[in-house]
Write a new protein. Structure first.
Length: 162
């Protein structure tokens, strides 16, 4: 049973890492569940995962998850984009991941922002590129935060098992 729980924790950690780049899966929360499995039901005496560690990672998981929704919109806004560009970049990202995973979500977010700025906001194409790039950059920063958090949690999971 102990080995099964350890395998389950690692699977959650890996799925969480994959979930950082797939918008359908909430990466860091899934990774956190992997740590939680080891913390609550781990067979060996807990080495590095303490109650304080779990509280800190819960706060970080919530923060990274919230920031992932805020950062792309913020970057779009500070580069001159509109609300429609922020929303369209998210829609473009989801459409892109369906048809051309995983690169499609990056291209889709960029194209979505350009389309919203040119069609909905009636801006010139040259004026739409900067907010589209902001959306793309925001997506990369948000994804980067998630990947870092989930990678560290996976490290904790593996270190705990070994």
């Amino acid at each position: 049973m102990d080995i099964l729980l350890e395998i389950l924790a690692v699977v959650f950690g890996v799925i969480g890492l994959v979930g950082c780049v797939l918008p359908i899966l909430p990466g860091p929360p899934i990774s956190y569940v992997g740590m939680l499995i080891l913390y609550l039901w781990g067979a060996s005496p807990v080495k590095d995962i303490t109650s304080l560690t779990m509280v800190i990672w819960l706060v970080l998981t919530i923060a990274v998850t919230v920031l992932d929704f805020v950062i792309p919109s913020y970057f779009t806004r500070i580069t001159g984009g509109s609300k429609s560009a922020s929303r369209a970049s998210m829609v473009g990202m989801l459409i892109g991941i369906i048809f051309f995973p995983p690169i499609g979500m990056i291209i889709g977010a960029f194209i979505g922002a350009i389309v919203a700025e040119t069609v909905i906001e009636r801006k010139e194409l040259k004026d739409s590129i900067k907010p589209a790039f902001g959306s793309f950059l925001g997506f990369l920063v948000g994804t980067g935060f998630k990947v870092i958090a989930s990678s560290i949690m996976l490290y904790y999971i593996i270190k705990e098992i070994i």
